[in-house]
Design a binder for this molecule. Sequence first.
Ligand SMILES: [Zn+2]
Length: 235
Amino acid sequence: MKKLYPGGKAKAFNITYDDGVLQDERFVALLNKYGIKGTFNLNSELMQNEFSWTHPNGMQVKRLSVEKVKHLYDGHEVASHTLTHPYMYNLSDGELYHQLKSDKENLEKLFEREIKGFAVPFDYYDDRIAECAKACGFAYARKSEFTNSFKPCSDSYHWKTGIYHIDDNLTNFVADFLNTEEELAVCQIVGHSYDLDAENLWGTMELICAAVSKCDDIWFCTNAELVEFLKQNQG
Ligand SMILES: [Zn+2]
């Protein structure tokens, strides 16, 4: 018999956005409108001083402050993205541990809940990072690699998501997901909410949210809920 997700749902859907920027306020409102759960990966130290940088198109990308994030992500997952968003290749073991462990502790204090997930900044990932995430008590660690499929990832410490939201194939990917009969199919979309402004993607994302929300065979979950379910039911 075909395995099913909680609630007897055939498919799972999650959106994961990184960096905790101003556009998350509009994006969370969009997810809430359609009953979709997001996972938001934050850098606690960059929230302290509302860090900002200039996008290649000239737009200022601003981080949300501590005051603004406190209740923004209610009903969604908050996960770690390191303290300061470093490129992790060159970090010493001590620096690596500090980046993960201190961010987890800061976020747990701020949001008054357990922080279960970690997502690596940029695109470098290795076993040392995976082991460190495990040692820091994370239930999963996500790398910046995509499956471009609906097959759920089977390794929680080398976690891959489905598709990057600027991928030209995004709309087709979601349409295929709505039609697929694959067992335990999952659609995970990853990105940053500032891209929705920079790439003019708000309309596309709203169409996707509206389309998946109409399907009553989808479990809308956080990344942590998905990992937890798969740990118990995969294999
Ligand atoms: Zn990032």
